[in-house]
Design a protein. Structure first.
Length: 202
C-alpha cells in the first residue's frame, strides 16, 4: 500500500486462535507457523478479534510472547472472546478504540463488543478526530472491527455471515445510520472484519 516512496505491507488475521473447540497455546498452529516464517514481509498487522479463546493473563502472556518475536507491530481489535470485562484487553492492547495514520491512509480500530455491534457517536468522534489530525490529507480509510456491523445490507451481503451473533443488538440499521456518513467522507473507506470463516477447515 501507499506511494512508491512510502510503500508498506500489512496483514489481517481474524479468529486467529482457530476453532472454539480447541484451546491452542497461542494461535492456531498453521497461522502461527506461517507468521513465524513470514513475519518479516510485513510492516504491521491486525488481529481482528478472537485471537484469544479466553481472556486470561496466561493466554495474553502466550500471545505477547509470540508477537514479541515478530517484526511487524501488531494492532489488536476487540472480539467477544478476548475482550471479556475489558480490563486485560485495554491494558495489553493500547486501547480498544483508536486510530493511527500511515502515509495518506487512516487506520481506525473500533470496539463493537460493548455496543451491540453498533457504531455509535463516540466512534464517530474518534473518526473525526483522526481526520482532523491528518494535516496533509487522507486518501483512504481502513475501519477494523471484529463484528460484521453491516449484516443487514440485504442480498449484496447475503454470503457475509458472522460466525455468531453473540452480543448483537439485532437490527443494526447500518445502512440508515452509518453508511451515508462514511460515504460523506469523500474518500474510499474499506471495512475489515474478523468474525467470519471459522467453520472453514484450514
Amino acid at each position: 500500500m501507499g506511494s512508491a516512496q512510502n510503500a508498506y505491507n500489512f496483514f489481517v488475521a481474524g479468529h486467529a486462535y482457530g476453532s472454539p473447540t480447541v484451546d491452542n497455546v497461542g494461535f492456531h498452529p498453521r497461522f502461527q507457523n506461517h507468521m513465524n516464517q513470514n513475519h518479516k514481509l510485513f510492516d504491521f498487522g491486525f488481529l481482528t478479534g478472537d485471537f484469544i479463546l479466553h481472556p486470561t493473563e496466561k493466554n495474553w502472556n502466550e500471545v505477547d510472547s509470540i508477537v514479541a518475536e515478530w517484526q511487524p507491530q501488531i494492532h489488536f481489535v476487540a472480539g467477544n472472546h478476548d475482550y471479556g470485562d475489558g480490563v486485560l484487553f485495554e491494558e495489553r492492547s493500547g486501547g480498544s478504540n483508536r486510530f493511527f495514520r500511515k502515509g495518506h491512509s487512516l487506520f481506525i480500530i473500533l470496539n463493537l463488543t460493548t455496543t451491540g455491534w453498533l457504531i455509535r457517536h463516540d466512534h464517530w468522534k474518534l473518526i473525526q478526530k483522526g481526520l482532523s489530525e491528518s494535516e496533509n490529507g487522507i486518501d483512504q480509510i481502513f475501519v477494523f472491527t471484529h463484528q460484521v456491523a453491516y449484516t443487514n445490507l440485504g442480498p449484496l451481503f447475503r454470503n457475509t455471515q458472522p460466525n455468531s451473533y453473540d452480543g448483537s443488538a439485532g437490527n443494526l440499521k447500518f445502512f440508515e445510520t452509518n453508511l451515508k456518513k462514511f460515504r460523506d467522507l469523500a474518500v474510499p473507506v474499506y471495512f475489515v472484519v474478523g468474525d467470519v470463516g471459522v467453520a472453514v477447515v484450514v
